[in-house]
Design a protein around this ligand. Structure first.
Ligand SMILES: Cc1ncc(COP(=O)(O)O)c(C=O)c1O
Length: 479
């Protein structure tokens, strides 16, 4: 008889606890010591390939050694997106209950596909999505689903829009020149030919130009296209600009076109009064996507898609299979996989629910407000600093600016100077942020959405830019 010992992928309880305990200790120390670490680290492929390019080992080695290697030699090579002075792209600073929730989910491993497979977390998903429905100001008919992030939510939104339009031939989609590449990808996946994703010019304020939108839709109809969706930004990634949501909703209603709002980054501003005012009109959209892994302090992946009329989502995505016949428990027990692309799904609601239960909404609201306030204060500080220049009005948590010598340098000189400066910032070990292009004009950009960021973090970063800029411009002028 064959001996079946030695096949096991199990661990004894003591070793499990030791390993998980060490992981928890590493993470708690990391979080506590983050402020004293550099906000960014990276390594070149050639070095990492030498270290990790080998085939899978035939025999294993002690789990603690493997963990220490991951913690010491792999995970540190990344932007520390939760560092209080990490302002690059759209960073995120997960709360500890959210991190622990993901660990619990990995261990319990519920499959959030169907009510039968995971009633507990399915119920939580309904609850969390309903919170979001309320924040948006949607009616009871609305509902949604948690997604991996904004990209998936955008695909699901535009496929739903296509079905709501009757799956027309030659569909077209309208996105402003500030719209995220995720929307363009989504339109392509939803069956829109690349040339029929129409890029609508934005105005000087980076908000969609309504007269351009009207003109393009009129012309496209005349040449046989079927305008299927208009996508609005509620916090564009580049500048934080919010498109004219009310007028866009009016236009879409007149024209019978689906309005989708990409609120991936800006959406959670809705939990504050100021955010509600800034995003007024969002409740009139047919669909909205927002990412809790951005301004709601969750680990990746925590996106959401909400649709004003939930029926559209289920009509689009509910497709049965023989092997799933036991999972049909009726409308009161929805299968969340009927609302989107994924069948097997992680239980993303738990992290959002656990963090909100732990801290309460008052603290979440304060944390979002902190970003809004610091961004405004940064704008004022830049305006009062002769070495710095705001390159756009501050919007939500995004501040676009640059170093300016004040000597009347031409655009090219300023661009070269600021590019050089950004590279120095990367290696400064003090702060990490990134850049953008404002209608062709190079701009530095900080995105302040971290609940641990203080004014001192923002100010010291801006002061560093001013100092490095002065040094660079002085060394440039003396050579
Ligand atoms: C405005 C906006 N839309 C969409 C996305 C894409 O979202 P995700 O990275 O979650 O797929 C981002 C990402 O930063 C974003 O800022």
């Amino acid at each position: 008889m064959q001996d079946d010992s030695g096949h096991s992928l199990e661990m004894d309880r003591e070793e499990m606890l030791r390993l998980a305990g060490r992981a928890a200790e590493v993470l708690a120390d990391r979080t506590g010591g983050l402020r004293n670490q550099r906000p960014w680290d990276g390594e070149f492929r050639s070095v990492l390939e030498d270290q990790f390019g080998s085939p899978p080992p035939e025999s294993g080695r002690p789990a603690m050694d493997v963990l220490e290697q991951a913690v010491g030699e792999i995970l540190p090579f990344a932007a520390r997106l939760d560092h209080p002075r990490c302002f690059g792209f759209v960073p995120t600073a997960p709360t500890w209950p959210g991190v622990v929730a993901d660990f619990l989910c990995a261990g319990f491993n519920p499959n959030a596909a169907t009510w039968l497979s995971s009633s507990g977390v399915s119920q939580l998903e309904l609850v969390v999505v309903d919170w979001m429905r309320n924040w948006i100001g949607y009616p009871d008919s609305a509902g949604g689903v948690l997604t991996s992030g904004g990209s998936t939510a955008s695909v699901e939104a535009l496929v739903t829009a296509r079905e709501a339009a009757g799956h027309p031939p030659f569909p077209s989609v309208y996105i402003s020149d500030q719209g995220h590449s995720a929307l363009k990808k989504a339109a392509f996946v939803a069956g829109v030919q690349r040339e029929n994703t129409r890029i609508v010019r934005s105005g000087e304020d980076f908000r969609m130009d309504m007269s351009e939108l009207r003109r393009m839709v009129r012309e496209d109809r005349a040449r046989g296209l079927h305008p299927m969706a208009v996508c609005a930004n509620a916090g564009s990634a580049s500048t934080g600009a919010v498109d004219p949501l009310g007028p866009m909703a009016d236009f879409c209603a007149e024209e019978g076109i689906w309005l989708h709002v990409d609120a991936a980054y800006g959406g959670f501003a809705l939990v504050t009064q100021r955010g509600k005012e800034l995003l007024e009109g969002i409740e009139r959209a047919d669909s909205v996507n927002l990412d809790a892994h951005k301004w709601f302090f969750q680990p990746y992946e925590a996106g959401a898609l909400l649709v004003k009329n939930l029926k559209h989502l289920e009509t689009t995505f509910a497709m049965g299979h023989d092997v799933l016949q036991d999972t049909i428990w009726g409308a009161n027990h929805p299968n969340m996989s009927d609302r989107g692309l994924q069948l097997s799904r992680a239980a993303r609601a738990l992290k959002i629910w656990m963090s909100v239960q732990t801290f309460g909404m008052a603290k979440f609201r304060d944390a979002v407000r902190n970003g809004l306030d610091l961004a405004q204060r940064a704008g004022q500080y830049i305006e009062s600093n002769a070495a710095l220049e705001l390159t756009n009005e501050v919007a939500l948590g995004i501040v676009c600016f640059r170093f300016n010598t004040g000597r009347g340098d031409d655009e090219q000189t300023l661009e070269e100077l600021n590019r050089k400066l950004l590279a120095e910032i990367f290696w400064s070990e003090h702060a990490f942020f990134s850049s953008t292009s404002l209608k062709g004009k190079f701009s530095l950009r900080i995105c302040i959405v971290n609940h641990t960021t203080t004014w001192e973090d923002v100010k010291s970063t801006l002061d560093l830019v001013a100092r490095l800029g002065r040094e660079a411009s002085q060394s440039g002028s003396s050579t």
